[in-house]
Design a binder for this molecule. Structure first.
Ligand SMILES: C[S@@+](CC[C@H](N)C(=O)[O-])C[C@H]1O[C@@H](n2cnc3c(N)ncnc32)[C@H](O)[C@@H]1O
Length: 290
């Protein structure tokens, strides 16, 4: 389960308020390019599926089947309701899983995906530093084990610059620091993928914000919609006390007409994007556990 965001709380019920499946097109592209079956014949397992928004897009674009896994029952219930409402009943499965174990058989899927999950898997030490990235490596090894030879694994994540570069993260500075400490660099993710046995094949930066550029650049979003305070894990993992202080700050800036200035001064999304998507392939001659 996540060691720092409680996804059986408002973090789950308000997740879809502003969050969009940005980058689904990049994931589709990487799966189409690398899957050992045609895209329409590809069975995918999703680690930490959340409310299933990415799966809706992938199934719409022709992916054969998605097995959706998550630790949070609330997220899984939302995911199931969304996929059923979308008319995908025969094309998805739901399983409660606590990574790094998945319980699937060796060589079961042609594709695996894990988006915006890996920073939840690690712990920081008493100095606020991650000195053990192995929980991510273990989840990658699990993906490797359950993929067929030639299978593709797509990982979407935010680097420290990307996660900390959102202007609103500066409203909760203590949580911003705690969160970005858990975010691996691109080099670390590549290294962990290779350590698990994958050959890294593709990489692309997400230049559209995962809450949409329109929402991201709306300096009044936190005045207009109180549920926006839970739209990403920097905000949703803030303590109640820090969130209240942030709300007071927003109120004060708004009264002084300084919210736009605050956004402009703290916006690094324009420089770094909001996430990175990397694909790795399990070599054709690889066997599970290799
Ligand atoms: C930020 S959400 C991402 C959801 C979705 N993948 C997306 O990109 O919209 C993180 C998800 O990871 C799940 N999660 C965190 N730790 C987990 C673990 N150890 N095992 C399984 N799921 C986990 C959470 O419950 C949550 O649904």
């Amino acid at each position: 389960m996540s060691t720092f965001t409680n996804y059986d709380s408002s973090a789950a019920s308000d997740y879809d308020v502003a969050r969009l499946p940005i980058g689904a097109d990049i994931m589709e592209k990487f799966i189409r390019k690398n899957s050992p079956a045609g895209y329409e014949q590809t069975n995918l397992v999703d680690f930490g599926t959340g409310t299933g928004s990415y799966i809706v897009e992938l199934l719409k674009s022709g992916l054969k089947y998605a097995m959706c896994t998550d630790f949070s029952q609330i997220m899984l219930d939302k995911c199931e309701a969304k996929l059923s409402a979308g008319g995908f009943d025969e094309r998805f499965g739901i399983k409660k899983v606590c990574l790094p174990d998945s319980g699937f058989k060796n060589d079961e899927f042609e594709a695996a995906k894990c988006s915006m999950v890996i920073h939840h898997l690690v712990k920081t030490n008493e100095n606020g530093v991650v000195d053990d990235w192995s929980p991510i490596g273990n989840a990658f090894s699990e993906a490797f084990r359950i993929l067929k030879p030639g299978g593709v694994f797509v990982v979407a994540f935010s680097t420290p610059e990307q996660r900390g570069g959102n202007w609103y993260a500066h409203l909760v500075p203590a949580t911003r620091a705690r969160t970005i400490a858990r975010c691996p660099s691109k080099e670390k993710v590549r290294e962990l993928l290779q350590g698990a046995g994958f050959e890294v094949t593709d990489e692309e930066v997400m230049t559209n914000h995962y809450c949409s550029n329109e929402t991201y650049y709306d300096h009044e979003i936190f005045c207009k919609n109180q549920r926006a305070w839970f739209m990403d894990s920097v905000l949703s993992s803030a303590t109640e006390e820090e969130r209240e202080a942030a709300k007071a700050k927003v109120k004060e800036f708004a009264e002084k007409n300084e919210l736009k200035k605050f956004l402009e001064e703290h916006d690094d999304f324009k420089n770094f994007g909001c996430g990175t998507i990397i694909a790795g392939v399990k070599g054709l001659s690889a066997t599970a556990g290799q």
